[in-house]
Design a protein around this ligand. Structure first.
Ligand code: C5J
Length: 220
């Protein structure tokens, strides 16, 4: 077992039953011209997450940890995108509309894929998800059950949307979740701060929070 100095208290995990989940580090959220920018966001806010996540991936690969990447996106015919999601934003820039990186948030398009810096290594799992949570309408639950996973180390974007939704889903399913504060990002600094506080408040109501350096130190 290993222990990380975290909030609201020590996070103890067994690397053999722990998986790193890297959420939605896609061009569509991270680069100009994608889904994130069409919703009016400043995508440069997310760039600071890349370097610590690269270091984290190196450490997790060296330690032999299970690594899972997720991508948010939809089928080309949009049959998996409910109107409540589709009808957001300016009509010419909605999900499925053509953009500089291909159709916005559509599987198989350049913008939908993970940024080059954090590209999955051979053998790492990639879970495509139509929603904000990584468990909704995906095989993630079955995959984790098959691996005997008990703890999740969660990173990615955005803190208050897909990271929060996934951690809440995971917590309800019995996983212990550690969110790495410097490896998650929001377009809104105030949401980043509040989003992290919400996880660890109330005795760790749905998880723990620590910097990636503390997790890497515990892993070694
Ligand atoms: C959003 C995400 N923000 N990956 N998706 O729409 O957080």
């Amino acid at each position: 077992m290993a222990t990380v100095d975290a909030l609201p208290g020590p996070f103890t995990f067994d690397p053999a039953t722990t998986a790193l989940v890297v959420i939605d580090m896609q061009r569509d959220f991270m680069e100009p011209g994608g889904f994130g920018e069409t919703l009016g966001n400043d995508v440069s806010q997310l760039r600071r997450v890349i370097a610590p996540t690269e270091a984290l991936l190196r450490a997790c690969r060296a330690a032999g940890l299970t690594i899972i990447h997720t991508r948010e996106g939809h089928l080309p015919d949009l049959s998996d995108c409910p109107p409540a999601k589709l009808n957001r934003g300016e009509p010419s820039q909605r999900i499925g509309a053509p953009g500089p990186m291909g159709r916005i948030l559509i599987r198989g398009e350049h913008g939908h894929d993970i940024i080059d810096e954090l590209a999955p290594a051979p053998g790492e799992l990639v879970i495509d998800k139509p929603g904000k949570g990584a468990f909704y309408n995906t095989t993630l639950g079955e995959v984790l059950a098959g691996l005997g996973t008990r703890s999740l180390i969660v990173t990615g974007v955005t803190t208050e949307v897909c990271v929060h939704t996934t951690v809440r889903e995971a917590n309800d399913r019995g996983y212990e979740c550690l969110v790495l504060s410097d490896c998650v990002g929001s377009y809104f600094p105030e949401f980043q701060e509040a989003g992290l506080k919400m996880i660890a408040a109330q005795g760790g109501i749905f998880g723990w929070v620590a910097p990636s350096t503390a997790f890497i130190a515990a892993l070694q």
